[in-house]
Structure formats: structure tokens, C-alpha cells
Design a protein around this ligand. Structure first.
Ligand SMILES: *[C@@H]1O[C@H](CO)[C@@H](O)[C@H](O)[C@H]1NC(C)=O
Ligand SMILES: *[C@@H]1O[C@H](CO)[C@@H](O)[C@H](O)[C@H]1NC(C)=O
Ligand SMILES: *[C@@H]1O[C@H](CO)[C@@H](O)[C@H](O)[C@H]1NC(C)=O
Ligand SMILES: *[C@@H]1O[C@H](CO)[C@@H](O)[C@H](O)[C@H]1NC(C)=O
Ligand SMILES: *[C@@H]1O[C@H](CO)[C@@H](O)[C@H](O)[C@H]1NC(C)=O
Ligand SMILES: *[C@@H]1O[C@H](CO)[C@@H](O)[C@H](O)[C@H]1NC(C)=O
Ligand SMILES: *[C@@H]1O[C@H](CO)[C@@H](O)[C@H](O)[C@H]1NC(C)=O
Ligand SMILES: *[C@@H]1O[C@H](CO)[C@@H](O)[C@H](O)[C@H]1NC(C)=O
Ligand SMILES: *[C@@H]1O[C@H](CO)[C@@H](O)[C@H](O)[C@H]1NC(C)=O
Ligand SMILES: *[C@@H]1O[C@H](CO)[C@@H](O)[C@H](O)[C@H]1NC(C)=O
Ligand SMILES: *[C@@H]1O[C@H](CO)[C@@H](O)[C@H](O)[C@H]1NC(C)=O
Length: 434
């Protein structure tokens, strides 16, 4: 039993990174706008007990950009670490660029350093050629924390969605797992590296928050707590800050610790379904007996949640539901599954979450990715119509398509550099390129 468990642990999405959210201009837009999800932390060291952050909190890099304005630079003063000796070299960006290339700000990339002594949002500027240049670090006012796992790996929260931007790109939220809080930021849509905290961090409604989700309108934010007190809590989100929504604190009832002990039996990700009338959280199982599940709550107009959730157990073959991506127009979810490859969950048969019980659908399925070790993160490209799944164990990106009957198939695989430990990802549209 013990050896089976350690074998399992050695290949699951466990390592020492934090998470991120890129923002980009939409096609044809001249101003950078935001869309987001996670992406990798800069930490590279797989065998360190502390994440090593290669992008230190640093003073804003003066941007040689047609879009950069004075305010970019002056505002950075107030928001950034005061250690001027760490100040990035103003020519640093040029190192990433071809000779003579005049950089333009195309968007911004955010991740957290998840530092237990003080959590920071690290902001990178995305150049029009796709290069990312460190720009600034902004304190979240909260603390990071690392879940307990053996060995320590690049995913200390066992999650996706630790930092998210609204679809309009005007707000950004992040978890602070070390002090059970959530921080909200406003983003200047014309200059998305410029983020400012709104108010103070608020209690996450549980312990060890690991993931956040905005609704489509960006006015409701739900947090997923992964610790001893686990479950979800929703807030209204506005320029006034985050305010608890009544009747939206709901338990998952997992037997967990703070910080979480994982990856097995840990919450992974929280999202709204496409219609916005369901809130869904994924939970990894404890192989071999427990396959994991997704929990589905009804979301009322006022943002409150159904008292109970419908449980959809991972389909046969599934083990460790991880990141979730909505399947366009299908009221269904593609979830990476670190134990097999990916799972498809059909939400259309969820009638009334108050029924509490298990839901099944003949369209639910688990698909193996041969040779996969830990497929944990996913994103969708509207341009190719495909999903892109990353495997932290094999450093491979797998392209998957899903047909109208919710059957998924592997289109292509893209190996990345060995040991690059590819984790969170997102699809960026820069100009017309992805
Ligand atoms: C991992 O640990 C070994 C032995 O302690 C050390 O030699 C190596 O440099 C470490 N690798 C990284 C990436 O930190
Ligand atoms: C930006 O860089 C280009 C090319 O290196 C240079 O010609 C131009 O003067 C720079 N602009 C600013 C505002 O520094
Ligand atoms: C930049 O700041 C200077 C001095 O404050 C001001 O004269 C100039 O108009 C500003 N430029 C822009 C583009 O705002
Ligand atoms: C930025 O910081 C420097 C050094 O602390 C200070 O001299 C300068 O006035 C600040 N600028 C703004 C706009 O706050
Ligand atoms: C600035 O640095 C000092 C000394 O390192 C530290 O005590 C202080 O908290 C820092 N202030 C901010 C705003 O980071
Ligand atoms: C500032 O950063 C440098 C480089 O990382 C470091 O050596 C120095 O100790 C830091 N100073 C303070 C006051 O934090
Ligand atoms: C800034 O970059 C230039 C060109 O790469 C380099 O010569 C210089 O030493 C750097 N300065 C600092 C403080 O890193
Ligand atoms: C939330 O509940 C509290 C306490 O029951 C109540 O005072 C408050 O008015 C409620 N807020 C809303 C928006 O319904
Ligand atoms: C919770 O987990 C711990 C550790 O595995 C175990 O000792 C305890 O009995 C569990 N509690 C419940 C209520 O299942
Ligand atoms: C739900 O399904 C799981 C696994 O198939 C089973 O163990 C559990 O008893 C079911 N619960 C209900 C309420 O049917
Ligand atoms: C990764 O390592 C394996 C075995 O050492 C090697 O065969 C393969 O070519 C490497 N792949 C890449 C992309 O470097």
C-alpha cells in the first residue's frame, strides 16, 4: 500500500511552483486587453524545498514601447518593492528581442510567487513578438504557502486558477494560501502591467485557498479552499472590493489538513460553467479506491449557491480530475486527469443539485494519453478549436479535440524540453498568431 502510494505521488502534479494569468490584446485591438488563466511560475528548481523565484520582486522596467506612458513608470513607484538594487536593467528587454526590434506592449502576464513571508503578483510585459519581460512585483498583502507533498514539486497548491483576471481584463484576483485570504486588483486596460490592489485582502471563507474563478461579467468571484476547512465561498467583486455573498459558503466535506496534504484528495480547480448557472469544483481521488469527482452547485441570480452539490464521480478509468475547461456550446467540461489523461463530464444531466446524489451520463468518459505521467493543466484555443493539455511529468503538450457527441481524441503531441515541467498554460493571441 505504502509503495503504491509513493509511486503514485512521484508522478503526480507535485512540485514547487506558483501560478499565473496572461493578458493579451485581442485581434485587431490596438490597446492591450486582458484575458487570463494560469501559467507557469518562474520557479525551476525541482528538488528545492522552497520555490526559487527567478523573477524577484523588482522595480518596473522602463518600457521602450509606443504604448508605454509616463503613468506606467510613475505608478510603479507606489506598487513595487522598494529594493532599488534589484531594479531591472532598462535594456533587459532588448536581450529577448531581435536586433533593431522595437518592442510594443502586447499584453501582460501575471503569476504569484506564493512566498510564505509575503505573496507577490509578478507582472511580466508581453512584447508584440511574444517575448515576456519582467516588469514589476506587487504585494498582495497576504501570504503564500506550500502544500505537503513528497517529493516537493512545482505545484505547491495542487491547483489551477490561483490567479485569474476577468474576461474584460479590468480586474485580477489571487489566492493567498498562507493566510486564507483573497486579494483583488484593478488592471489598467490600456496598460495591463499597471495593477493596483483594491482594498485589503478578504477572508477566503475557508483554509488554504488554491483557486479562484470570475463569472463572465466579472462581478462575482468564487474561491476554492483546499485545507482543513475546504469548499467554496463567493464574493461580489467591484471597484469597492470583495464582499461576501450570503449563502455562498459551501463545504466539500473533505478530510484534509492545512496546509493541504496532497496531491491525492485535494481540490484542484474552480470554474463557472459556460452558462454561468453552475459553479464546479474538481477534486482528486485517492487511488486506487477513490476516483475523485467534480462537485456542481447551482448559482442563483444573486450569486448564492445551492445548499448541496451534485457529485459526478470521475468516469471509469479516471482518477485525479485536475484542471477544467468548458467545452464550447456543450454544457460539458474537459478535465485533465493526472491519473490517466483527460476526463469529459457532461453537465446537461445535472437537473437539480439539491438532489445531492451522484450523477452519471453515458457521455462521461475518460481517455488515456499513453505514456502520460501527470496531465494536469488545460486550455482551449478558439482558433484551432482544440484543447491543449500539459503534462508536468513528461513535459509534453497534447492537443485534443472533442466532437459533438462529447467524444475526445488526441490530435497531436508536442514534446517540450526535457524536465521543463510544463504546468499551467494559456493560449495567447498576439495579432493573429497564437
Ligand atoms: C538538486 O539536488 C542536487 C543534489 O543536492 C544538486 O546537485 C542539484 O544541483 C539540484 N538541482 C537543482 C535544479 O536544484
Ligand atoms: C526605443 O528603441 C529604439 C530602438 O532601439 C530606439 O531607436 C528608440 O529611440 C527607443 N525609444 C525610446 C523612447 O527609448
Ligand atoms: C510625460 O511626463 C512629462 C513630465 O511630467 C510630460 O511633460 C509629458 O507630457 C508626459 N508624456 C506623456 C505621454 O504623458
Ligand atoms: C519614485 O521613487 C523615487 C525614489 O524613491 C522618488 O524620488 C520619486 O519621487 C518617486 N516618484 C513618484 C512618482 O512617486
Ligand atoms: C522597504 O524596505 C525596508 C527595508 O528592507 C522594509 O522594512 C520595508 O518594509 C520595505 N517597504 C516596502 C513598502 O516594501
Ligand atoms: C536588495 O536586493 C539585492 C539583490 O537581490 C539583495 O542582495 C539585497 O540584500 C536586497 N536589499 C534589501 C534591503 O532587501
Ligand atoms: C544593463 O545592461 C547592459 C547591457 O546588457 C549591461 O552592460 C549593464 O551592465 C547592465 N546593468 C546592470 C545594472 O545590470
Ligand atoms: C446578508 O446577510 C446578512 C445577515 O443575515 C444581512 O444582514 C444582509 O442584509 C444580507 N445581505 C444581502 C445582500 O442580502
Ligand atoms: C481523516 O484523515 C486522517 C488521516 O488520514 C485519519 O486519521 C482520520 O481518521 C480521518 N478522519 C475521518 C473523519 O475520516
Ligand atoms: C456515489 O458513487 C460512489 C462511487 O461510485 C459510491 O461510492 C457512492 O456510494 C455513491 N453515492 C450515492 C449517494 O449514490
Ligand atoms: C529527452 O530525453 C530523452 C532521453 O534522454 C531523449 O531521448 C530525448 O531526445 C530528449 N528530448 C528532448 C526534447 O530533448
Amino acid at each position: 500500500m505504502k509503495s503504491a502510494r509513493s509511486l503514485f505521488l512521484s508522478v503526480v502534479c507535485a512540485a514547487a511552483f506558483a501560478t499565473a494569468a496572461p493578458i493579451f490584446p485581442r485581434n485587431g485591438d490596438s490597446t492591450p486587453s486582458v484575458y487570463s488563466s494560469q501559467s507557469t511560475d518562474s520557479s525551476q528548481s525541482m528538488n528545492s524545498t522552497q520555490p526559487t523565484i527567478s523573477v524577484q520582486p523588482t522595480v518596473s522596467v522602463p518600457i521602450n514601447s509606443t504604448q508605454s506612458t509616463n503613468s506606467t513608470q510613475s505608478s510603479s513607484n507606489s506598487t513595487v518593492s522598494n529594493n532599488s538594487s534589484q531594479s531591472a536593467n532598462s535594456t533587459q528587454g532588448a536581450d529577448f528581442l531581435p536586433p533593431g526590434f522595437v518592442s510594443k506592449q502586447a499584453g501582460a502576464l501575471y503569476f504569484i510567487n506564493n512566498d510564505p513571508s509575503g505573496n507577490f503578483v509578478i507582472v511580466g510585459e508581453i512584447q508584440s513578438n511574444g517575448a515576456v519581460v519582467p516588469n514589476r512585483a506587487v504585494a498582495t498583502g497576504g501570504k503564500g504557502a506550500h502544500g505537503v507533498s513528497d517529493p516537493i514539486g512545482p505545484d505547491p497548491l495542487f491547483s489551477q486558477g490561483a490567479i485569474k483576471a476577468t474576461s474584460s481584463g479590468k480586474m485580477l484576483a489571487t489566492v493567498n494560501p498562507g493566510d486564507n485570504t483573497i486579494s483583488l486588483f484593478s488592471v489598467d486596460p490600456k496598460n495591463p502591467v499597471d495593477i493596483k490592489m483594491i482594498g485589503q485582502p478578504v477572508n477566503s471563507g475557508g483554509e488554504f485557498p488554491v483557486s479562484v474563478a470570475f463569472n463572465k461579467d466579472g462581478n462575482v468571484l468564487c474561491a476554492l479552499n483546499g485545507g482543513k476547512v475546504n469548499g467554496v465561498q463567493c464574493f461580489s467583486a467591484s471597484s469597492k472590493g470583495l464582499e461576501v455573498i450570503n449563502n455562498s459558503q459551501r463545504s466539500l466535506g473533505l478530510n484534509q489538513t492545512t496546509p493541504a496534504n496532497g496531491p491525492p484528495n485535494t481540490p484542484s480547480h474552480v470554474i463557472f460553467n459556460e452558462a454561468g448557472d453552475k459553479l464546479v469544483a474538481s477534486v482528486k481521488g485517492t487511488p486506487p479506491a477513490d476516483a475523485g469527482f467534480i462537485a456542481v452547485w447551482d448559482v442563483a441570480k444573486d450569486g448564492s449557491l445551492s445548499t448541496d452539490f451534485t457529485k459526478i464521480t470521475a468516469p471509469a478509468g479516471g482518477l485525479l480530475p485536475f484542471s477544467m475547461t468548458n467545452i464550447n456550446g456543450m454544457n460539458a467540461i474537459l478535465a485533465t486527469d493526472a491519473g490517466v489523461g483527460f476526463d469529459i463530464f457532461d453537465l446537461s444531466t445535472v437537473k437539480n443539485t439539491q438532489d445531492k446524489g451522484n450523477q452519471t451520463s453515458s457521455k462521461n468518459s475518460a481517455t488515456a494519453i499513453n505514456g502520460q505521467k501527470a496531465t494536469c493543466w488545460s486550455s482551449f484555443s478558439a482558433k484551432t478549436g482544440s484543447f491543449y493539455l500539459t503534462d508536468v511529468g513528461t513535459s509534453t503538450i497534447t492537443e485534443v479535440s472533442v466532437d459533438k457527441s462529447l467524444k475526445g481524441k488526441i490530435v497531436k503531441q508536442f514534446p517540450q524540453a526535457n524536465n521543463s515541467a510544463t504546468i499551467d498554460n494559456d493560449v495567447a493571441t498576439i495579432g493573429k498568431h497564437e
